[in-house]
Ligand binder design. Structure first.
Ligand code: ZN
Ligand code: ZN
Length: 337
């Protein structure tokens, strides 16, 4: 059998991001390009200014809501599982389990298959489709939480901590910092699964995305804006952007108790540094065991690692007997977590 050409002959990082040469597109480019395929709506992946954007219908809707209808010259949607021929490659999108609309990009080229996973997690999430394992030859993985210390326990236990705190401190408003796209809506859904049926109050910055999730049929129960109440909301849950937990805005509430829902809350120092009294370890990214499990399940012989702790994962993948490479793409942040 002839040896396959190296993946770098048709897929390679350049100044704008990961470039698929025979397809003539970039994946989640950080600089404006003619043609982009966008894995999901977080701002470090979905940037404005591209000529043409291909993405799932939800990702396109989210981009338009966040960046405006003119965020790209044109938009083309591709539903999960549909295939499309672009130049010399066939592409399809499969759920990545990260946030609503998030996709892994599958590229088939001359008998080789590459999967670019964007951001992903394996924990169940009532607000988006579950991650699908796609067998492939090259798997491009994120490494946001690629250190053995990052083991994300089931989120139900973290939600139980929040509800226990409400029982212990019924006189205090529980302010929980959440990122506005994904984490906010997932936390509300988890509270509902735990049987919490009181209103979950929202900071104005969380309104648009949450309304979009509700329009898409995700049942979040009552999610009023804090501006709808004159009350100090003692004993209530209020969700807000992480930066608002400690700013002047928080002073209108009753003895606010500061919480933060993030995979980073695994690191006690981070919680302390931010003045977080109630750290909730809830992550929309794969933790260390999930990363290794997923890499194994794809059956890929070669793994490229992007944005995060590349070195540790590259080392572990090499130990598994697979070929590994750190991509070191610029422009990625852990902030969307
Ligand atoms: Zn993301
Ligand atoms: Zn990311």
């Amino acid at each position: 059998m002839p040896r396959s050409p190296p993946f770098e002959s048709w897929l390679r990082p350049d100044a704008s991001g990961l470039h698929c040469l025979p397809g003539g597109f970039h994946v989640d480019p950080h600089a404006p390009v003619d043609r982009a395929i966008i894995t999901h709506g977080h701002s470090d992946h979905a940037r404005p200014g591209h000529g043409a954007v291909l993405a799932t219908p939800d990702t396109i809707a989210i981009m338009k809501l966040r960046l405006g209808a003119g965020a790209a010259g044109s938009f083309q949607s591709l539903a999960y599982g549909e295939t499309l021929q672009i130049g010399g490659v066939t592409v399809s999108l499969r759920p990545s389990g990260h946030i609503l609309g998030a996709a892994q990009l599958v590229i088939d080229h001359q008998g080789q298959r590459a999967v670019i996973s964007g951001d992903y997690k394996r924990q169940p999430d009532p607000t988006c489709d579950a991650f699908e394992v796609v067998p492939c030859d090259l798997f491009v993985t994120e490494a946001t939480f690629a250190l053995p210390v990052f083991r994300h326990e089931p989120p139900e236990g973290e939600v139980a901590k929040l509800l226990a705190s409400l029982r212990i401190f019924p006189e205090r408003t529980h302010l929980v910092g959440v990122y506005g796209l994904g984490k906010c809506q997932r936390l509300v859904a988890l509270l509902r699964q735990a049987g919490y049926d009181r209103p979950v109050w929202l900071h104005g910055a969380l309104r648009n995305m949450t309304d979009y999730y509700v329009r898409r049929g995700i049942d979040l129960g009552p999610v009023p804006s804090v501006t709808e109440s004159k009350d100090s909301l003692a004993g209530e849950i209020v969700l807000c952007p992480p930066s608002s937990v400690a700013d002047r805005w928080s002073q209108r509430f009753a003895e606010p108790l500061a919480g933060f829902a993030s995979g980073w809350m695994r690191i006690r120092g981070r919680a302390r540094q931010r003045g977080v009294e109630l750290p909730l370890v809830i992550s929309d990214h794969a933790g260390w065991p999930e990363l290794l499990q997923t890499i194994r399940e794809t059956g890929a012989g070669e793994i490229w690692v992007t944005h995060g702790r590349e070195e540790a994962l590259v080392h572990a993948v090499t130990q598994m007997g697979l070929k590994a490479r750190a991509l070191a793409l610029v422009g990625r942040e852990d902030d969307a977590e």
